[in-house]
Design a protein around this ligand. Structure first.
Ligand code: HEC
Length: 81
C-alpha cells in the first residue's frame, strides 16, 4: 500500500517534491512516512478512491486496481506494516 503512495503521490506530496512544478508539497499534504499517511487516510480516500481527483490529472498513471487496494486498506483499518 505504501509503495502505491510512494509511486503515485509522493512525486508531489513530499517534504521535497521531485515534480518540477512543485517546490513544496501541494496543499501541505506530505505522504513520506507511515505516520503522515495515517493522518491523511480520510483525505487520501476522498481524493483517490471515492473520486479520481488525485493524482492530479492522473499524471502518475494510477490504476483502478491501485485505487481499489487503497480503498480496501482504509476499510480494513488503515494499518501500515
Ligand atoms: C502531479 C502532482 C500531484 C500528484 C502526483 C498528486 N497530487 Fe494531490 N495535490 C496536488 C495539488 C496541486 C493539490 C492542491 C489542489 C487543490 O487544492 O485544488 C493536491 C491536493 C491534495 C490533497 C488535499 C485536497 C483537499 O482539499 O483535501 C490530498 C489529500 C491529495 N492531494 C492527495 C493525493 C494522493 C493520495 C495522491 C496519490 C494517489 C496525490 N494527491 C497525487 C498535486 C498532486
Amino acid at each position: 500500500m505504501q509503495s502505491i503512495i510512494a509511486e503515485r503521490c509522493t512525486v508531489c506530496h513530499s517534504s521535497s517534491p521531485t515534480h518540477p512544478a512543485f517546490a513544496v508539497a501541494p496543499a501541505g499534504v506530505m505522504l513520506d512516512t507511515p505516520e503522515q499517511i495515517k493522518l491523511e487516510v480520510s483525505r487520501i480516500v476522498a481524493q483517490s478512491v471515492t473520486t479520481n481527483i488525485m493524482p492530479l490529472g492522473n499524471l502518475t498513471q494510477m490504476t483502478q486496481e491501485e485505487r481499489d487496494v487503497i480503498g480496501q486498506w482504509a476499510e480494513n483499518g488503515a494499518t501500515i506494516q
